[in-house]
Structure formats: structure tokens, C-alpha cells
Design a protein around this ligand. Sequence first.
Ligand code: ADP
Length: 463
Amino acid sequence: MKILICASEVVPFAKTGGLADVAAALPLALEQQGQDVVIAMPRYKCISDKRFNTKSLKKGISYSITGKNIKAYFIENEAYFNRDNLYGEKTGDYSDNLDRFSYFCARTLELMKEINFKPDILHCHDWQSCLAIIYLKTKYAKDPFFKDTKAILTIHNIGYQGLFPRGQFPQLGLDWSYFNIEQLEFYGQISLLKGGMVFADIINTVSPTYAKEIQTKDFGFGLEGVLNKRKKDVFGILNGIDYNIWNPQADKVIARAFSADDLNGKAVDKEDLQKLCKFPLRKDVALIGVISRLAEQKGFDLIAQDIEEICKMDLQLVLLGTGDMKYHLLLEGIAKRYPKVVSLYLKFDDELAHKIYAGSDIFLMPSRYEPCGLGQLIALRYGTIPLVFKTGGLADTVSKDNGFIFSQYNKKELLKTIKEAVKAFGNAKEWGGLVKKAMAYDFSWEGSAAKYIALYEKAKTKK
Ligand code: ADP
């Protein structure tokens, strides 16, 4: 099959979150399973010629090779994409995001014609690439080039919908007739995610539980009705992680490699992390890692409520993340007051993330809702025991057999579960067993990619 992956961020070129990991690892796994894949993404400032050995195809289009021979095409536009960030500044989203991403999507479809790549499947991810689906099914509906192209939309987080003021509709180049509540309108605004959902042949999300949850009022962010109407076309496939990037046996960033059969390296990594954090070098204290966007969705409202009590426990807590200013300020205050307990890094730092996954004992991820979650999967791979709230992909991947899980979203339950985990850590023998068990789980992409291929086949049967 010919597959076009269209995404606004792809590792290693640009990343702000899990979407980039998925949009990178899925194509590689698809290629391994014999599929013909190309990728399209915007060319941001961070994509330098030198670092990624990019080549120019023609004016405004360059590319780089990923995997064995996958071309990742970069849609260039100096004014739109040559900026410091992907979507916005600390103060808010870029005000011309609609123009930026409609340009990206429209140019991507034209590019397919220019390189004569007739996709069987156009696989889009999140609101930023929804316009590729919308254009395919409207402007290009009668174009013979795309007559056999089916569209799949993967929703990585239904909380982010690409909402824009009605007044910007003419900039899309679409007939006003599409601005209605059955298609692109959402309470008087333009909703690109809704448009993608309406026009896609198949909609999927990144875990079976989240696929069910988003069809309910509590999790659907107002789009549950749209999904309900398309119930038969909604699926959930669990994300994997790239086992080459996240591999404790061959990780070049961490102090010492390790495996489930020889955990000595993990102890070295813990000490290395404790040094970095300026924590007392203690083997007997539970070191808890957090790597996350600092947002309520990720459970930071609960963490914030419990933080004083957590800091009074005998543990060490290292946090890496960026996000809401209110959590930056709160955590900065806490880190100053409890320097031996809390170490705080308010930044995006991939290398440090590797060190935290490897050196921590427990990985805290109490998300209020979680489409799939990659942090807990990476943590399991590094024998770092996840502590999570029972929701979405966390519920599908963490259980009492490999972690700690609480099912009432309140501060009392979180605290109780942290205490339970810290106590369990005190029993070295049993803990060692848990670590080995956790490391035996397989969340590589191989199985998930096979499920995507089956989904593509299903899409091909759609009229
Ligand atoms: P999200 O909802 O943010 O996409 P996921 O758990 O699906 O959450 O994926 C987050 C990914 O981003 C993981 O690979 C995680 O390690 C990484 N990550 C998050 N914050 C940071 C950070 N501050 N520095 C480095 N990596 C980070």
C-alpha cells in the first residue's frame, strides 16, 4: 500500500509531545512490514540542513530520509514556519495558525501530484493536518488522481480541536456551505478537528479505552455526538514506542546500560541522576520521576494539592516539564523549600528525559485523562514502575502486575497510592521482581503497526 503520513511534528525533526513520537515510529514500523510510506510535515526553524542532511526537491519543498528509505517531505514557507516554536509563544497560540496549517495541508496534497505518489491511504494526525482530509473530500473530491485515496484521522487528544473564529473561514478557500453544524461549525466557530472527523473514512484514537471514553460526555469535549454518529468507524489502537530509541541496553545518553537480567546499571543510573539533582546519594530512598507537560490534564491539579505532603515523605522527586505558568511558579517555590527532596527542570530536554526514565524507581503519571500516554510505556521499558490514574491508555497498559493504579481521581487516593508504592519499594526483593516483570512487557510498534495495516485495509473497502 502507498501511505502518506501527514503530521505537524515528527521525531527527530520536531517534537512537542507524543504525537511526534508516534508520527515517527509508525512509518518506520510500516516500512518494516513492507509498506510504501512517505511523510509530510512543515519545515520549522529547528529543521536544519546540516543536522538532518536535508536536500532540496524544488522551491519550497525539501526532504530528508528516515528509516531505510522513507522520504520525509518538508513543506517550506519562510513566513509561516521559520519561527522559534511550532504552534505559539508562552502567551498563546500564533494568531495565524489557521493560515499556517491550511497552507501545509493544501501544499502537501499538491506535492503528491508533483512526485506522482498516489496514496491509497492519507493518514492524518490531530487538528493540524485535518485540512488535508477536508480538502481531499471537498476540493479534490472529483480529482482522478486521488480517486482511490482513503482518509484516516488519528485523534491523539480530543481536547485540542483547532478552533478558529468564523471570520477566518474565507481563508480556507472552501465554500461557505461547509460551515454548518454537520460539518465544520462548532458553536459558531470553525473546528478543524470536527471537520476531519466528519470527512475521514475512518477515525481512530490511540487506545481502546480512550476510543470508548471520547464517545461520552465526560471525555468528548463536545464532540461525542459527532463520534456517536460515526460509531461504526471509530477504533482504538494502542501506541507503541520506538524500541531503538528507548532501549536501556543500548542507550548512549544514560550513565550505564542495563537489562532485566542485569540491573546493576540501573543502580548506577540512579546515582548519576541523584548527583545531577544534588540529592543525597541514597540507594534506599525511592526516586520518583515525572516527565510531562505541566497541565491539569496530566494530573498536576492533584500533584499541586498533595505536593507539601509528598515532600514530607521519605522520597526524592525529580520533575522535568514545561507548561502552565501557575505550575511553574508553584513548583519553583516547592523546589526552593525542599532542595533535598525536589529537583525541578522547567524545560524540554530529551537527554535528561532518558536519564530520568533510567535512573528513577517510580514514574508518576496521574493524568486526569490520557489518550494513550507514552511516558508510562517508556518507564516500563526502563524498569521504572509507573504510578497512574486508571484512565484511557493508562488503564490499558498499567495494572497491579506492573505498576500502581488508583481509580478515584482525588488527592487522597493519589497520596495513598504514592505511600503504597514507596512502601513497596522498601522491600528490595519484591521490588526487583516487579521491575523484571515490568521490563518484560512488550509495547514495541510491531503489533500496533500490523493493526494499523488492518485498519487501512478496512478503509480501502469504504465507498
Ligand atoms: P503528551 O500528551 O504530552 O503527548 P505523551 O505521554 O503521549 O504525552 O508523550 C509525551 C512525550 O514527550 C514522551 O516521549 C515524553 O518523554 C516527552 N516529554 C514530555 N515532556 C518532556 C520534557 N519536558 N522534556 C523531554 N521530553 C518530554
